[in-house]
Design a protein around this ligand. Structure first.
Ligand code: HPA
Ligand code: ZN
Length: 357
């Protein structure tokens, strides 16, 4: 039997999705998964290359953008690290971070927790102090404009454990100096680099009282998510979308409320899912997992956080309550104090209840 949807009902559904996209765009929100080097737009890459006399493998902005046709995580990372090679001075890190903050403020992000990859810079001779000083100065300026923030140092998992340990040692004074620098994470090429490789450095970070996160279950199997939980003892899992393959894991995530920082446009651009209608975000949400929505590397994946909300609202036909839950999860899962969390949720509630969709 075929069911025909009356034209006026179909039009109504489309209209309500459009209204919900707008309502979500206007809502105050948190972003918990953004690599600051992944916010470098091609225009800024070229401007910094010129300022610093760095030679790029692409001779125009358009040629660089044309290379953004990724087939998997590694094909993206190769270009992402090439883009980051233009960053040399404290002012470069400031300019990159401020450009992201402008985009985040335009999307009504009121709290952001930002990843950075120090090893990408220290291996080119840029001191870790330069990296953190530039990023933190921009975040302090953005805070005055209503965007609060935290900073999370990520270890590159394709490099060795001893490299991560040395990076952690070099960063120790910075954890004491910068109040915003509150945690460590794990990113880069997932397959073949399980969380267990970094158990000892995460143990050291935990001993310092730092927050812990790790990318797991983006391309890697559910066993990597178990390792992130059981060996690294993470507070959140970045991506984690492959958890859906293991029902016991989904139940555990739902019961413990360990949040997933999901990045929908990233997942389709890197071919984790064939298209957005295949995304597992709604299935995870339906099972009670604390799913959040984030932009990952917005300059490379076709949109900042509001475009990610648009994509899932439209493709997964989310309703008002589901979008509210995701927005609220962002604040629930953020590394702020209980008082700050209550204030952020009150702000969301006031906005959401006032708005119509
Ligand atoms: N996955 C892993 N590492 C990364 C990513 C990602 O999506 N973006 C930047 N580094
Ligand atoms: Zn990421």
């Amino acid at each position: 039997m075929t069911i025909t949807i009356p034209a006026n009902l179909a039009a109504n559904t489309a209209a309500s999705a459009t209204a919900l996209v707008e309502k979500a765009a206007n809502a105050p929100k948190a972003e918990l998964h953004i690599h600051i080097e992944g916010s470098l737009e091609p225009e800024l890459i070229f401007a910094l290359a010129q300022r610093n006399n760095v030679k790029l493998a692409y001779d125009s902005i358009d040629a660089l953008r044309a290379a953004y046709a990724f087939t998997d995580l590694q094909s993206f990372l190769d270009i992402y690290y090439a883009g980051a090679s233009v960053l040399l001075t404290e002012q470069d890190f400031y300019d990159m971070t401020m450009a992201y903050c402008e985009r985040a403020l335009a999307d009504n992000v009121v709290h952001t927790e930002i990843f950075f990859d120090p090893q990408t810079h220290t291996e080119r001779g840029v001191p870790i102090e330069t990296v953190v000083a530039g990023i933190d100065r921009a975040l302090a300026d953005a805070e005055k404009r209503g965007l609060s923030s935290k900073l999370i140092l990520c270890f590159l998992r394709h490099l060795s454990e001893s490299d991560a340990l040395a990076t952690f040692d070099a960063a120790q004074p910075l954890f004491a100096r910068y109040a915003r620098l509150i945690g460590v994470g794990l990113d880069s090429s997932e397959r073949g680099h399980p969380p267990s490789k970094f158990e000892r450095v995460f143990e050291k970070a935990r001993a310092l009282g730092l927050k812990l996160v790790a990318h797991a279950g983006e391309e890697g199997p559910p066993s990597y998510i178990y390792e992130a939980l059981d060996l690294l003892k993470v507070d959140r899992v970045d991506h984690g979308v492959r958890s859906i393959e293991d029902p016991a894991l989904v139940t555990r995530l739902a019961d413990t409320r360990v949040a997933l920082t999901v990045c929908p446009l990233s997942n389709t651009k890197l071919c984790v899912f064939d298209d957005m209608t295949q995304h597992t975000l709604k299935a995870l949400l339906d099972k009670g997992v604390a799913v959040t929505v984030n932009s990952d590397d917005p300059a490379y994946f076709g949109g900042y956080v509001n475009e990610n909300y648009r994509a899932i609202i439209e493709a997964l036909k989310l309703d008002d309550g589901e979008v509210y839950t995701i927005l609220r999860n962002g604040f629930e899962a953020s590394f702020v104090t209980p008082e700050e969390r209550a204030a952020l949720i009150a702000k969301l509630d006031a906005n959401w209840n006032r708005a119509t969709a």
